[in-house]
Design a protein around this ligand. Structure first.
Ligand code: G
Ligand code: G
Ligand code: MN
Ligand code: NA
Length: 254
């Protein structure tokens, strides 16, 4: 309960910040995107994982306020980075269930894009299959409204949820993110090998972009590249980094 109380003040006290994990073109090594990942540094407890405080933020409804801050901050940073990079790239922001069910989400995204000047297509919103399950019809309507703003939509942790392929066919999404649980035992695990290559093939045939999460070894990188997966993220390339480090590492050297 006291942690809940502290979370209410965390925003105002500047205890929340975003780290960014690079998304890399597996062939050329260039930066094609960054995923924003929220961190809470509690003054006494120290770092608290989002796995712990996001559910709390969900229950209390604080996620709406926090989520708006995340969107604004991520789009500001992306707009700034865009001026310092030669290649186009996207910023990916995770959405949780309550944010996705909030009717104000579309207005929030629209106003954040206006305020930051970030072109909509450079914002990617990540949703999980689970988010769709509460109310499938309403979820489709929400996805379409977000899509109408011009933002890119991605399914996070793809393959771990319950959504059927007929759902996938109806969802106006552009990107599948292969969950890292399928990547971690590549290339030795025959099942994961079959699953990842099938997702990659299916994505291509459905005209979707595909990205592999949690790449930690050269062998995983090579296997995914050979299987036709063009983009990935993971500790092999970078862990989530402060924005300043992203700027330093990836700005053009002029
Ligand atoms: O970065 P880390 O592995 O600690 O993230 C744990 C979980 O928290 C992941 O599922 C991730 O998607 C989620 N998460 C991280 N940042 C955010 C955020 O800004 N908003 C929401 N809703 N979830 C986030
Ligand atoms: O659920 P989501 O995919 O948003 O979770 C992102 C989380 O995955 C982040 O907390 C990030 O720290 C973590 N992550 C990113 N790359 C790797 C990796 O290569 N290995 C592992 N174990 N975790 C990773
Ligand atoms: Mn994610
Ligand atoms: Na994931």
């Amino acid at each position: 309960l006291t942690l809940e109380h502290d979370l209410r003040q965390a925003l105002d006290r500047g205890e929340l910040r975003l780290l960014y994990q690079p998304q890399i073109d597996l062939g050329s090594g260039t930066l094609v995107g960054i995923e924003a990942l929220l961190r809470w540094h509690h003054p006494i407890e120290g770092p608290i994982s989002p796995a712990e405080f996001i559910p709390m933020a969900e229950e209390t409804g604080l996620i709406i306020q926090i989520g708006r801050w995340v969107l604004l901050q991520a789009c500001r940073h992306a707009a700034q980075l865009r001026q310092q990079l030669d290649t186009p790239f996207r910023v990916a922001v995770n959405l949780s269930a309550r944010q996705f069910d909030d009717l104000g989400l579309v207005a929030t995204v629209r106003s954040v894009l206006e305020e930051t000047g970030l072109p909509a297509e450079f914002l990617e919103l990540e949703i999980t299959e689970g988010l769709m399950m509460n109310n499938y019809r309403d979820s489709l309507v929400m996805l379409q409204k977000l899509r109408d703003l011009g933002v890119t939509l991605a399914i996070d942790d793809f393959g771990t949820g319950y959504s059927s392929l007929s759902y996938l066919k109806k969802m106006p999404v552009q990107v599948l993110k292969i969950d890292r649980s399928f990547v971690q035992d590549l290339p030795d695990d025959r099942d994961d090998l079959a699953i990842t290559s099938t997702i990659i093939l299916m994505a291509r045939q459905l005209g979707l972009h595909v990205l592999a999460e949690g790449i930690e070894t050269q062998e995983q990188h090579q296997f995914l590249l050979n299987s036709g997966c063009p983009v990935g993220q993971g500790f092999l390339f970078d862990k989530p980094l402060p924005f300043e480090d992203i700027v330093q590492r990836y700005s053009r050297e002029t």
